[in-house]
Design a protein around this ligand. Structure first.
Ligand code: SAJ
Length: 406
């Protein structure tokens, strides 16, 4: 039996996938509400294909509890927040989950850490705790790091098809865990050491962050001299060895906007390109706000409360707002004493910010200018409703005349 600890965006889909592929699974979360909801057959977040997977896992017998189980395999997928000032990962949840596991685990159990951690966290923060509690890593307890790579919005497909990395102290244990993931994963599974697995995960997200920062910097250069950044990137990407990502209003989510900071925090004098890239990305919501003021001036629009932000989530077609560029822009707005921007997102039902609308028509009738913040499919579908508005399209998805871009 596998005990999956932490039933969030990563742990839950992984638990469901294992359960629906013949593995006995118990899911544990300290949040009683999450456990109650899942036990009552209600999923806790929206994601393409997740309801079907949830039903299959329930039928296969998955159960949910707040208690840790006595078993031979644990998968820990708890959050790893980072400290915004030191730029370092905070492994407190991982450490606390490991301690709870050790209070019930039999000798010889395998503890797989899926949570993203900065390179060296297992050596610095996990091994000492295991030793303090009287266990010998590699003998009484086996450590594995199996970082997840699925992308919100396409999680179920990617769980099945992505390649995976398993980092283990002991090759034979690594191979055993590889077999476990191979119960559902059709991608290639590489077995390596723990430090390499930790580093690989952070480097992948850093690569994407630096590439997006490059696109954002190009957007600023092109804006300066009236060039079309999208056309320039499109043509450059026709070169067989060039693949530039897209500029946007900022980088959100709990991965690409966070993980690269771990390298900056741990290697401040070495991670120069990464540091500058992260600052470029973090500066984009402010850049968008400056564009809003510029376009308002150009159109004689004086009242910022007649401007609406379309999209509140960190990316398209998900209901996740963690580190979202829209939230960052609203924070900036408060600093610039420019309260009153209106907000609408079809994926967000609860009230998260001031001046938030839950009806697109009401939102549109209260604004003269619309800022497209997210590439939701729904926005493209409703494009005709936007005609007549001043539009700042930060995602280059609106095919109407006289649209402004970043
Ligand atoms: N973005 C751009 N321009 C682009 C692409 C993305 O501005 O060309 C923005 C998005 O709008 C969003 C942010 O970047 O705000 C991040 O979105 P994303 O779709 O690039 O990535 P995430 O954060 O949803 O998921 C990433 C993925 N990592 C990589 O692609 C290397 C995913 O595979 C990881 O599993 C995930 O991080 C994670 O959990 O670490």
């Amino acid at each position: 039996m596998v005990n999956v600890i932490g039933l969030g965006y990563i742990g839950l889909p992984t638990a469901l996938m294992l359960a629906s592929h013949g593995v006995e699974v118990v899911g544990t979360d300290y949040n009683e509400k999450v456990v109650q909801s899942l036990s009552a057959g209600r999923m806790t977040f929206k994601e393409e294909g997740i309801e079907e997977l949830f039903c299959a896992a329930l039928e296969a017998g998955i159960t949910f509890t707040t208690d840790y189980q006595k078993t031979d395999t644990y998968i820990i997928s708890v959050p790893t927040p980072y400290d915004k000032f030191s730029k370092k990962v905070d492994p407190a949840y991982v450490v606390s989950a490991v301690k709870s596991v050790l209070s019930v685990a039999p000798k010889g159990a395998v503890v797989v850490i899926e949570s993203t951690i900065s390179p060296g966290t297992i050596d610095k923060s996990v091994r000492p705790v295991i030793e303090e509690l009287g266990f010998k890593p590699g003998k009484d307890i086996h450590l594995v790091h199996a970082p997840e790579r699925i992308i919100p919005g396409n999680m179920v497909y990617e769980l099945l098809h992505n390649n995976r990395t398993i980092g283990a102290d002991d090759r034979e244990v690594g191979e055993r865990i590889k077999e476990l993931y191979a119960s559902f994963c059709q991608g290639e599974i590489v077995v390596t050491d723990i430090r390499t697995a930790e580093m690989t995960k952070v480097v992948e997200n850093t690569f994407r962050a630096v590439n997006i920062a490059f696109a954002n910097e190009l957007a600023k250069i092109c804006r300066h001299d009236g060039m079309d950044v999208y056309e320039i990137i499109r043509i450059c990407n026709m070169h067989p060895r060039v693949n530039i990502l897209q500029p946007g209003p900022g980088v959100g989510g709990h991965c690409i906007s966070v993980d690269p900071w771990f390298l900056v925090g741990d290697y401040p004098s070495l991670a120069k390109v990464i540091d500058e890239s992260m600052r470029t990305n973090d500066g984009m919501p402010d850049f968008v706000l400056e564009r809003v003021y510029e376009i308002m001036r150009e159109n004689g629009l004086k009242d910022i409360s007649r401007v609406g932000l379309y999209g509140l989530t960190y990316k398209e077609n998900v209901d996740d707002v963690r580190e979202s560029p829209t939230l960052q822009l609203l924070e900036s707005q408060a600093r610039h004493l420019a309260d009153g921007l209106k907000v609408y997102d079809p994926f967000i039902e609860e009230d998260l910010v001031d001046n938030q609308y839950h009806s697109l028509d009401d939102f549109l009738s209260d604004v003269d200018m619309v800022v497209i913040m997210v590439k939701h499919t729904q926005i493209k579908e409703n494009m005709r409703k936007l005609s007549g508005k001043i539009i700042l399209d930060c995602q280059n998805i609106i095919d109407l005349p006289n649209v402004y871009h970043i």
